[in-house]
Design a binder for this molecule. Sequence first.
Ligand SMILES: C=CC1=C(C)c2cc3[nH]c(cc4nc(cc5[nH]c(cc1n2)c(C)c5CCC(=O)O)C(CCC(=O)O)=C4C)c(C)c3C=C
Ligand code: FE2
Ligand code: FE2
Length: 362
Amino acid sequence: METPALSSPTTYPSTGGPAAASAQPGRTGVLIVNLGTPDSPSVPDVRKYLREFLMDGRVIDIPAVPRFLLVNGVIAPFRAPKSAKTYRQLWTETGSPLKYYGQVIERELQRELGDAYVVKLAMRYQNPSIDAGLAEFQRLGLTEIVVIPFFPQYASATTGSVYEKVMDVLKTWQVMPQLRFVNRFLEHPKFIEGFVQLGRKHMAEHDYDHFVFSYHGLPERQIRKGDVTKDVCRLGDCCSSLHALNQHCYRAQCFETTRRLVRELGIPDGKHTTCFQSRLGKDPWIQPYTEDVVKELAAKGVKRVLAFSPAFVADCLETTIEVGEEYKELFEQNGGQHWQLVESLNDSSLWVETLVDLVKTR
Ligand SMILES: C=CC1=C(C)c2cc3[nH]c(cc4nc(cc5[nH]c(cc1n2)c(C)c5CCC(=O)O)C(CCC(=O)O)=C4C)c(C)c3C=C
Ligand SMILES: [Fe+2]
Ligand SMILES: [Fe+2]
């Protein structure tokens, strides 16, 4: 192997000894990180996943002791068997779609980027872990790392949590790498075009009278805490444009995502609704709730709905089961006739191209 060129003054292996034998400084590590999924749909594995996920102080943002009691005394024992049943519906012969598509993308992105990069898939919770991905970069002596959380819109509970975990690991390294985090990518034209192409395919097959854009919800409290001005966020019309003062607001970013998609798809005002799903617990979450929107649309006489889930880049429980099956059933029970989920970006070439750009654009 040729002696690699120095990409920066700090391009040296972080540890000596055995690692030095396989050190490949000069290559850039790309850590792609999705939320995570249980190792299997068994109750113990789902419980383990839920415990790790919900004990994260950025997800359930209450003090550690009440969080511990809530997660271990209520959520893990009672929710795990119910969630495991839903995970069994989701599971395919290749396992959890979230992980499966992550693995496909890991290979495709590696192929597209070539030998100058080392691509590793990690999950914020469970496996493959962020610790394992970063340990591999350390073993290879990589001193330049790009971290891409698979969340198009920034939220403290998702992107923020990935940052925190990565920094927790890196703080133990002797040589801190050059590091870049991708904060969000809802504005990326190829990300938007990816969903537009999937939507157009369905629109060519059927006529739809309404379009629903359902995003994962968040507790309102977390949106308020993220208002860096402490004065802009009203959790209402303040989210109807995205600008310098509210740019970190997850809700405002979701409305911006919808605006970009409907513009490209040519969907007129009045024919689309942005809403938020998956509320957990009794605290108010950001609104409108998808469940209410589904019932209201059916009550208004809407018959045919095409539903997008643009907070997710891979099919998962939240899209396939919740939007694709549960809201469909609710819509039909209330008089609707046809409800169709637009599948996620999964292994589409536009998604791979988006990632290549995110890695290479500084
Ligand atoms: C945009 C992405 C996500 C945000 C924001 C988010 C916030 C959030 N989630 C919970 C609780 C649960 N989420 C669950 C599943 C789940 N959540 C996301 C993404 C976001 N979550 C994904 C991709 C998935 C599916 C993973 C899969 O394996 O397919 C679950 C587990 C399922 C269940 O029991 O319903 C819980 C619980 C909270 C509390 C929260 C905000 C703070
Ligand atoms: Fe979630
Ligand atoms: Fe807002």
